[in-house]
Design a protein around this ligand. Structure first.
Ligand SMILES: Nc1ncnc2c1ncn2[C@@H]1O[C@H](COP(=O)(O)OP(=O)(O)O)[C@@H](O)[C@H]1O
Ligand SMILES: [Mg+2]
Length: 288
């Protein structure tokens, strides 16, 4: 693999560098970062999300959990402009996101990963992160094609920043490998690095630990905690209730498109409606 030799030496990573050195973890009392209000999404006759309301506070890790088909991914899709909500509102710092295009939502500060990984397979890990960084940079495609002087400066910055982010998620050693050749766990981490590259105010992760073994899941939860400690706010979708208990500050529970609970993990764990929702799912599994 000649093209993969020693990428880390080439770009001189600073191991001590914080991934978001100048971010402030500003927690304004009583002022949520995101407000989801009465959000409803229907598919034909099916109401996948039914008047769901919750807030996301700055600097927290909010878990969004619920049995399969509860509406978790639909909620993300409505928030990020993939699906159109039939009613309700989603506000980021008071500005509505509904009706905005996906790239406008990214610019506004909302980044996400997908339940089914979506990377540019032929492109290297570093190039995938550069795509996220590009959403923030000024030269854009035209400048890149014309090779304007500013483009060269930005290219150097992109490589340095891209390597910082790959280092942060623990995959800098594979920076020059095509994304499709990376092990599954690396691909999941690369998606997180790419999302962080857009410098989001809110990072939405859709089942980032799906397909991991228990040890890998624990490692990923540790990474998510570190992301939060760097000053990002995180919305974490997870099906496995036990997994989110140790990492989230607060949990919203969906069942059949409705919010059935919204509380701190210790209270969620004892909530009869939540326990019933998950028991019902286990019963379905036994039936199937
Ligand atoms: N694009 C779609 N078209 C039709 N039905 C959908 C679509 N996306 C999701 N659904 C349905 O909406 C419900 C919620 O799905 P989803 O949000 O994916 O659940 P979760 O992520 O909690 O497992 C399910 O009944 C699912 O079949
Ligand atoms: Mg889902």
């Amino acid at each position: 693999m000649p093209e993969a030799q020693a990428p880390e030496q080439e770009f001189a990573i600073n191991e001590e560098a914080a991934v978001a050195p100048e971010r402030e973890i500003a927690v304004s009392e009583g002022e949520p970062l995101v407000e989801v209000t009465d959000l409803t999404v229907t598919f034909g006759g099916l109401t996948a999300l039914d008047h769901v309301s919750f807030d996301i506070r700055r600097g927290e890790i909010l878990g969004l959990i619920g049995p399969n088909g509860a509406g978790k991914t639909t909620c993300f899709n409505a928030m990020t402009g993939v699906y159109r909500a039939s009613s309700g509102d989603v506000r980021l710092e008071g500005q509505t996101l509904l009706g905005k295009k996906k790239h406008q939502i990214t610019r506004a500060g909302l980044a996400r990963t997908f339940q089914n990984i979506r990377l540019f397979g032929e492109m290297s890990a570093l190039e995938n992160v550069a795509v996220g960084l590009d959403a923030r940079h000024r030269t854009g495609m035209i400048g890149a094609m014309l090779r304007l002087p500013r483009h060269y400066r930005e290219e150097k910055q992109i490589i340095e920043r891209g390597m910082e982010l790959l280092d942060f998620v623990g995959i800098a050693d594979r920076a020059l490998h095509p994304a499709r050749d990376l092990p599954y766990g690396y691909q999941r981490r690369l998606e997180i690095a790419r999302a962080l590259a857009t410098d989001p105010k809110l990072l939405c992760l859709d089942e980032p630990a799906a397909g991991f073994n228990p040890a890998e899941k624990e490692e990923l939860m540790a990474l998510i905690r570190t992301v939060r400690d760097e000053g990002y706010t995180v919305l974490l979708i997870e099906h496995d209730m036990k997994l989110v208990m140790g990492v989230t500050d607060r949990i919203v529970v969906l069942e059949f498109g409705k919010k059935i609970a919204d509380d701190v993990p210790s209270a969620i764990q004892q909530d009869p409606a939540v326990i019933a929702a998950y028991l019902g799912e286990e019963a379905d599994d036994v039936d199937a």
